[in-house]
Design a protein around this ligand. Structure first.
Ligand SMILES: Nc1nc2c(c(=O)[nH]1)N[C@H]1C(S)=C(S)[C@@H](COP(=O)(O)OP(=O)(O)OC[C@H]3O[C@@H](n4cnc5c(N)ncnc54)[C@H](O)[C@@H]3O)O[C@H]1N2
Ligand code: MOO
Length: 392
């Protein structure tokens, strides 16, 4: 049995990006950049007005009041074509390019207009000009490689005037639930020995958050030949298979056998919950085995599957394991011989351990928003002590 840190190191080693592809910017939300987005134009492209008003030569307003002749209009996309002559100004709107010679915009609220004359009597304040390339210049990197494209970075990428981006390929994931007792949620009440297959819907949500493409969820009864046939059929279409249940030593625990020849990267980690978690490789496919107990499955998915999917998809595989210090609001008993990840929740700035720490708990999962890391043999802690926590 290996330690949690050893398991994380093995996961990080296996989590190499799968490949790259070029896609339309319109399809890029949530994708991870494989190459930086470089500006094809300056931003802004020219000096532009930041107000609706009048574009003037600043020097003309040395002495107020001053009257200038309005010789034309400048709109965004429809600039005023000629330079400003002395004694003139141009009606201008927010976002329009300044005419040549103009270096200030006066807000229309403080200008009195009379026919083609504009009267400037009030000190005009700021210049109200956004300079060419003051945001970014042509060839600047606007979004760096490795960044997951979100609302903010997509706006910057579009402003760079690119219609496509190079991204990492998303890991294609199959989630397999094993167990004769499992039925789809909504079907259990009618059958005495059945329980809802509850884990895969949660794992799929986590995988999507990690940028993976969940191409299938499959429930399999504990029937080895049928399991082997199903895996042979799915395998060519996926990069990662997550199998829940059958990880332990039960008579019908076939999770590993159904893959035939499997290279195990680890099998069993000294953690609680989730000791039977395993990682293997079949050809180019990675197989993650999670324990069937739902809390064990989600804790091990959070701690090991999430980093794996992040890394395969081109992100820093360890970024999601951002432990931070927080104050305990309940007592914590002494650590055992496995590292323990207590389910807990934030209440008024403190960390409250959940009362139900059963690895089969499911209701508690809906409440817990933190994992608290407790080292092997760590001394018991009183409320007010500092602990390491991770968003769950
Ligand atoms: N003799 C031993 N027994 C067990 C050991 C051990 O070391 N020696 N380890 C225990 C630990 S720790 C865990 S965790 C569990 C994990 O067992 P499996 O991965 O083999 O899980 P199953 O036996 O298939 O199922 C356990 C439990 O979870 C329910 N389950 C399974 N899959 C789902 C699902 N997709 N949705 C909802 N619930 C699911 C299943 O019905 C069982 O109740 O083994 C201990 N035993
Ligand atoms: O180590 Mo298991 O995940 O507790 O029940």
């Amino acid at each position: 049995m290996i330690s949690f840190d050893e398991a994380v190191a093995i996961v990080a080693g296996a989590a190499r990006p799968l490949g790259r592809e070029r896609i339309a910017l319109d399809d890029a939300a949530g994708r991870v950049l494989a190459a930086p987005v470089v500006a094809r134009i300056d931003g802004p492209r020219f000096d532009v007005s930041t107000m609706d008003g009048y574009a003037v030569r600043d020097g003309e307003l040395g002495q107020l009041p001053r009257c200038l002749r309005v010789i034309g209009e400048a709109f965004p996309g429809a600039p005023f074509g000629s330079p400003l002559e002395p004694g003139t100004c141009v009606r201008i709107f927010t976002g329009a390019a300044l005419p040549a010679g103009a270096d200030r915009v006066v807000m229309q609220e403080i200008v009195e207009r009379d026919g083609d004359e504009a009267l400037f009597a009030t000190p005009p304040g700021s210049l109200f000009v956004r300079r060419r390339a003051s945001d970014f210049a042509i060839d600047d990197v606007l979004v760096g490689a490795g960044r997951r494209l979100d609302a903010r970075s997509l706006i910057a990428a579009a402003a760079a005037d690119v219609d496509g981006v190079e991204v990492f390929r998303r890991p294609r994931l199959l989630i397999v639930g094993t167990g004769d007792e499992l039925v789809a949620p909504g079907q259990a009440a009618e059958t005495a020995a059945a329980i809802p297959e509850s884990i895969s819907v949660g794992l799929a949500a986590m995988a999507v958050e990690a940028g993976a493409d969940v191409i299938g969820r499959q429930m399999l009864a504990d029937d080895l030949p049928a399991m082997q046939a199903a895996m042979a059929e799915w395998s060519p279409r996926v990069d990662v298979i997550v199998v829940t249940g059958g990880a332990s030593v039960g008579a019908r625990d076939f999770a590993k056998q159904m893959f035939g020849e499997i290279e195990l990267l680890f099998s069993k980690v000294a953690i609680k919950p989730g000791k039977p978690v395993w990682l293997g490789r079949v050809g180019e496919r990675l197989i993650v085995g999670l324990p069937g107990n739902p809390t064990s499955a989600l804790v091990t998915a959070r701690l090991l599957l999430r980093p794996l999917l992040d890394g395969l998809g081109g992100r820093d595989s360890l970024a999601s394991l951002a432990w931070r210090r927080a104050i305990l609001g309940t007592p914590m008993e002494q650590g055992g011989d496995r590292e323990t990840f207590w389910r807990a929740r934030h209440v008024d700035g403190t960390v409250m351990l959940e009362a139900n720490q059963d690895s089969g708990a499911q209701k508690t999962l809906a409440e817990a928003d933190l994992l608290v890391r407790q080292r092997v043999g760590q001394a018991a802690l009183e409320p007010g002590s500092e602990v390491d926590v991770l968003d769950f």
